[in-house]
Design a protein around this ligand. Structure first.
Ligand code: ATP
Ligand code: MG
Length: 222
């Protein structure tokens, strides 16, 4: 599903965010990317979203070469990907339903199909009883779950998350990671950038460790 071949990213100011990174991810995998602040975790995710281009090497996502993707192809690429942010970035003047339905409205789906898929996504994060509520009526963990529902509502093949539990206490962080595992069990490939090593170690998934833009280990978290 993902293939990094000697991928390098040098920013315009000359700073090198990633050095000759090579690894592969199979369909349906669940993996973490960790490393200290500045190690290159967000750079890696931004390359997958084509928010940045590699400056060397080749990056393939589902067979598509992101090193040479055109601006016109980017919307099609993003339909295959869901993204969860540390700050869930919900719209507080819209209902839970409308927040989750937004990506489907952008895709131009019909009203019934939007309602059907939005309810399924909210069920997947156990928030079916909050459909009519507003984000401000929800707890922090519930708000983050709305963010996850919005990220998977268009049924992406790949779910990316950048520090999705950074603002949560340990119990809520573990609960949110459980939601990601549930989504992965249904077939979605999940890649999470996190520096919560205690939590990662408990979950026993594949772990990539970056250090100053280099991949220094790849294996099951110990
Ligand atoms: N737009 C940019 N221009 C120049 N340098 C950048 C840019 N974005 C990131 N960098 C640099 O690239 C390196 C990797 O940054 P990145 O944001 O990927 O780190 P990170 O692992 O996500 O860190 P954190 O844990 O703090 O989020 C850092 O040294 C950073 O300063
Ligand atoms: Mg980051």
């Amino acid at each position: 599903m993902i293939r990094f071949e000697q991928v390098g990213k040098r920013y315009p100011n000359g700073h090198v965010g990633l050095h000759e990174l090579s690894f592969q991810v199979r369909h349906g995998e669940f993996l973490f990317v960790t490393g200290h602040s500045g190690a290159g975790k967000s750079t890696l995710l931004r390359l997958l979203l084509a928010m940045e281009r590699p400056t060397s090497g080749r990056l393939l996502l589902a067979g598509q070469d992101l090193s040479s993707i055109t601006t016109a192809q980017i919307p099609f690429l993003r339909r295959q990907i869901g993204v969860v942010f540390q700050n869930h970035q919900l719209l507080f003047d819209r209902s839970v339903f409308d927040n989750v339905a937004l990506p489907l409205r952008i895709l131009g789906l019909g009203k019934d199909e939007i309602a059907r898929r939005t309810l399924i996504a909210l069920e997947r994060v156990s928030l079916q009883d909050k459909v009519e509520g507003f984000p401000s009526d929800l707890s922090t963990g519930q708000q983050q779950r709305v963010g996850i529902a919005r990220a998977v509502v268009h049924q992406p093949a790949l779910l990316l998350a950048d520090e999705p539990t950074g603002n949560l206490d340990p119990r809520l962080a573990a609960e949110i990671m459980g939601v990601f595992e549930d989504i992965n069990r249904l077939g979605t490939t999940v890649l999470i950038a996190s520096h919560d090593l205690a939590l990662i170690a408990r979950m026993r998934h594949r772990l990539l460790t970056l250090q100053r833009g280099r991949l220094i280990s790849d294996g099951e978290a110990a």
